[in-house]
Write a protein that binds this ligand. Structure first.
Ligand code: NOJ
Length: 542
């Protein structure tokens, strides 16, 4: 038995410690104006689904003006609303309705880079080498006799060099600029005072519009090591050592995030705010060393950081047990809750990841009950509650920059960004009034049974399972739970107590696990075999 204390009482102001937050990827969520692309009015009209599900908050991925080179994470105006998604008034309406339903609203802040169409970058390219405008980004001369080689060996997360050379105004090949992602996403220089000031303005803008917090995109990459040293061979290969990369996890991040936290804490609550009103920041930090990751949620910094080790863990008892224990231990050191997550707009859907078909569905259901029983916060990505599998996107419809950057070796993340099926027997399944072929991505022909309408009144559905789990979870808060995992040394199954009245057991192994006589079953991810918990099943019990 291993005891992992989760310290700290949860006052009502610290709502985020146990919140379940639902991720909305707006272009694929619901279309309000019938043009085939999901939008903010469409999302507002469907908030009743989320209220029925019982979530505490929504996080809306970027809805800002963008050329869409990377699904909206290439932002041309960080305080605007993309014309295809709606207007600032539509955003206000979404916030107002969410708050009226008791649902808090988080938005993305993308501070590492802008779009190459951002006015600052256009100005920088036009202004030429040595200009003030170029100092907001990371422009450098190339290596080699004529500057023909990139300034260092850094690789883009989407493949290929992290540097692109520009044509100067006089037509000659000129300086290179850094982009850790697509060339359309130039990295900002976070040692430049104007960059710091601009993002404070952006945070304040959205706080003034009533948001309850921010998801901070690639929070670990904003600062690059002085001198931009080479990273060396194999730079993306060992995720457990990625904090050693010269473009990851630099010390200067922490004073910056402390300043942001102070800004959030000081900012006055807007009229009509849902009380209690502590604003939250959740780090998207791909750091796998648990002590380094915990620094992002140390007192006075952010409150949450996605637990990607849990998301990336295969469906395997010993591996899951290790990840759960180590995650809790890492966060315990700084008094933060673990932020559990099984899916996002960047990850292969759990049903497909865990084996696909009936097997994948069964495991995804069990994984959901595991995640939602664990003490801490949880994020649910749209369609996870419907058990959607990863969809196939035909070559000519792929949008993800990974596809081109990997020379068509990686299809990328579009398969989890397919419009949600709401109702009906054929695409677009109530997602839009547009014709199916005009929708954001094509939907599979066999999703009718997965639609919200088809599942809503079926108590065996995964939607009903999520809903029941969210209700029970709320009835069994776990603010001070000491996580004690119990189970055999071979890790075939483990169990733990969420609260005095709720225990969870997950069986990964082929051997059935008998429940003890006193246990009363509250919820299970699959039917039990008498008093036996079969393989790939999670059960909640008293
Ligand atoms: C993480 C986002 O989730 C992902 O979709 C995006 O491509 C990168 N950050 C770059 O902004």
């Amino acid at each position: 038995m291993t005891a992992v204390p989760v310290p700290g009482a949860v006052g009502p102001a610290r709502w985020w410690r146990e919140a379940v937050c639902y991720e909305i990827h707006p272009r694929a969520f619901a279309d309000g104006d019938g043009n085939g692309t999901g939008d903010l009015p469409g999302a507002t009209a469907r908030l009743d689904h989320l209220a029925h599900l019982g979530v505490d908050a929504v996080w809306i991925t970027p809805f800002y003006p963008s050329p869409l080179a990377d699904g909206g994470y290439d932002i041309a105006d960080h305080t605007g609303v993309a014309a295809d998604l709606g207007t600032p008034a539509d955003f206000d309406a979404l916030v107002a309705k969410s708050h009226a339903l008791g649902i808090k609203v988080l938005v993305d802040v993308v501070p590492n880079h802008t779009s190459h169409r951002h006015p600052w970058f256009l100005e920088a390219v036009a202004a030429g080498p040595g200009s003030r405008a170029r100092q907001r980004y990371i422009f450098r001369e190339g290596r080699g006799e004529k500057g023909e080689l990139p300034p260092n060996d850094w690789q883009s997360a989407f493949g290929g060099p992290a540097w692109t050379r520009i044509d100067e105004a006089d037509g000659r090949l000129g300086q290179w600029y850094l982009h850790l992602h697509a060339p359309e996403q130039p990295d900002l220089d976070w040692r430049h005072a104007e960059v710091v000031a601009e993002f404070e303005r952006i945070l304040r803008h959205w706080l003034d519009r009533g948001v309850d917090g921010f998801r901070i995109d690639v929070a670990h990459t904003l600062f690059k090591a002085e001198g931009l040293p080479d990273a060396g061979p194999g730079q993306h290969q060992d995720v457990h050592r990625n904090h050693l990369m010269p473009y990851y996890d630099q010390e200067e991040l922490h004073p910056l995030f402390r300043d942001w936290r102070a800004l959030l804490d000081r900012h006055p609550a807007p009229a009509g705010a849902v009380a209690p009103h502590e604003r939250v920041m959740v780090a998207e930090a791909g750091i796998f060393d648990r002590e380094r990751l915990a620094r992002y949620v140390a007192p006075g910094e952010m409150q949450q950081t996605f637990n990607f080790a849990f998301l990336e863990c295969p469906w395997d008892g010993p591996a899951m047990r290790e990840v759960v224990e180590q995650s809790a231990r890492g966060m315990q050191a700084v008094g933060a809750p673990v932020t559990w997550v099984l899916s996002s707009h960047d990850a292969i859907r759990p049903v497909s990841r865990y084996g696909g078909g009936r097997l994948g569905e069964r495991r995804a259901r069990a994984a959901a009950l595991l995640m939602l029983a664990l003490p801490g916060a949880a994020y649910v990505y749209q369609g996870e509650e419907l058990g959607l599998p990863q969809a196939h996107i035909p070559d000519d419809r792929i949008r993800d920059p990974l596809w081109e950057r990997s020379e068509h070796r990686q299809r990328g993340r579009d398969g989890c960004r397919v419009p949600l099926p709401w109702a009906g027997s054929a695409p677009p399944y109530g997602f839009s009034d547009a014709a199916a072929e005009d929708c954001w991505f094509p939907q599979p022909a066999d999703w009718a049974e997965l639609s919200v309408a088809a599942q809503r009144d079926d108590e065996r559905s995964i939607l009903a399972l999520y809903r029941a789990a969210l209700r029970l979870r709320r009835a069994h808060p776990a603010p001070d739970t000491v996580l004690r995992l119990q189970g055999p040394a071979n890790g075939e199954w483990f169990s733990f107590e969420r609260s005095a009245g709720l225990r969870c057991l997950v069986n990964f192994g082929a051997r059935p696990v008998p429940l003890d006589d006193r246990a009363e079953v509250l919820l299970s991810s699959a039917p039990l075999d008498g008093r036996d918990v079969p393989q790939d099943t999670a059960v909640w019990m008293t």
